[in-house]
Design a protein around this ligand. Structure first.
Ligand code: ZN
Ligand code: ZN
Length: 113
């Protein structure tokens, strides 16, 4: 995580961030009242590339019987350069770049599990 500081007064602790979308953060300095937006870079944790593909994953929860009910969705990004999966998440997985170029990565993922 990059260190951010207030562009007006240099404060780097009394900052409040509100995520307004997947990669924009509204930051407010509570020391001087300055507010600005920060664009958070998505970057592959494995190779550092920013050439990523959005690959959201449905979260399935086992309910009664063998039914799987989608309960939510996790934002995940795959990397075109090295084929890594969930490369902005806490547990990136190495993969094959060819998997991203054809077909649906989410299907590939489902088969994988
Ligand atoms: Zn400030
Ligand atoms: Zn990569």
């Amino acid at each position: 995580m990059a260190i951010i500081a207030c562009p007006a007064c240099g404060e780097d602790e009394a900052l409040e961030g509100t995520r307004s979308d997947a990669h924009t953060l509204d930051v407010e300095c509570t020391a001087c009242g300055a507010a600005w937006q920060r664009h958070t870079d998505r970057r592959c944790a494995l190779c550092g590339s920013t050439d990523l593909k959005y690959t959201p994953r449905d979260v399935l929860e086992r309910s009664r019987g063998n039914q799987h009910t989608p309960t939510g969705r996790i934002d995940a990004w795959a990397c075109y350069s090295c084929g890594g999966r969930d490369v902005t998440g806490p547990h990136p997985e190495a993969g094959d770049p060819a998997d991203l170029l054809g077909g649906d990565l989410r299907e590939g993922w489902a088969r994988h599990r």
